[in-house]
Design a protein around this ligand. Structure first.
Ligand SMILES: NC(=O)c1ccc[n+]([C@@H]2O[C@H](COP(=O)([O-])OP(=O)(O)OC[C@H]3O[C@@H](n4cnc5c(N)ncnc54)[C@H](OP(=O)(O)O)[C@@H]3O)[C@@H](O)[C@H]2O)c1
Length: 237
């Protein structure tokens, strides 16, 4: 295992916060395993990054498909010594609880909650074997604060928060850090163009969120930031 190249696995790496995380890490000479469903967008992201870094490997993956997670993670671990997983892939639809279609409910929970649990469990044996690892979950302020039209999204993020808090206690003994990051509004394509037109200037930039997440990864002393809330200076929208 020691001969394998160390790498950080980032899901949802072809857009928004995940793309910025991939650029931030790879430009700091960290090898990045970049996953998302749209392979073309992953390749485009890698091509754009080549100006600053040649450190990105693409592994397309739909995290809502548990079998696919298992296959892709095995493939990754045959080639790389993953020391950090950044569970960033996420979807939402902004609508009332009453109007959420069953399809949307299932996609949001399957991606944001079950998908993240799937990537975590696919790596735990590897982390234990290598003597440690870092799991960083990109959650949301909506895991804790109430926003209308976000019931299912909030449930998915609060669910992963609760899961990860239990997980942290179970894996401390193996030197595995579990870090929950709860960002507020960030300028990414998850928002509609109408919302971006009106509120983009009040939102955090994905680059700043990525810089912060890189700092969390870089902590090399005996400390784990368990839960961090990030908000734009002027607060929520
Ligand atoms: N922007 C905000 O204001 C904000 C605030 C708090 C938290 N967050 C969280 O930040 C994370 C990133 O969101 P973003 O704002 O950067 O949005 P984004 O630009 O829409 O990015 C979402 C990413 O997730 C990927 N993804 C979606 N479903 C997937 C699936 N089933 N399997 C694999 N990848 C999947 C997308 O790629 P493909 O479509 O190619 O799969 C894309 O790369 C999400 O977890 C979101 O909940 C965002």
């Amino acid at each position: 295992m020691s001969e394998m190249k160390k790498a950080v696995w980032i899901t949802g790496a072809n857009s928004g916060i995940g793309k910025s995380i991939t650029y931030q890490f790879s430009s700091n000479n960290i090898c990045c395993i970049a996953s998302a469903r749209r392979e073309k967008a992953l390749i485009k992201m890698k091509e754009e990054a080549i100006k600053v870094s040649n450190n990105i490997e693409t592994f397309p993956l739909d995290v809502s498909n548990t079998n696919e997670i298992s296959k892709v993670s095995k493939k990754i671990l045959r080639e790389f010594d993953v020391d950090c997983l950044i569970n960033n892939a996420g979807v939402t639809t902004f609508t009332t609880a009453e109007n959420h279609s069953h399809k949307d409910v299932s996609e949001i929970i399957q991606t944001n909650l079950i998908g993240a649990i799937g990537t975590i469990t696919s790596l735990l044996p590897h982390f234990k074997k290598r003597g440690g690892g870092i799991i960083i979950n990109v959650l949301s302020v909506a895991a804790k604060k109430t926003f209308q039209n976000s019931s299912v999204y909030s449930a998915s993020k609060a669910g992963l928060l609760a899961y990860s808090n239990v997980l942290r206690e179970e894996v401390r003994q193996y030197n595995i850090k579990v870090i929950n990051v709860l960002p507020g509004a960030t300028r990414t394509p998850i928002w509609s163009s109408e919302m971006l037109n009106e509120y983009a200037s009040q939102m955090m930039s994905p680059e700043d969120v990525a810089k912060f997440i890189y700092q969390l990864y870089s902590i090399d002393y005996n400390l784990v930031p368990e839960e961090i809330i990030l908000r734009p200076i002027k607060g929520d929208l």
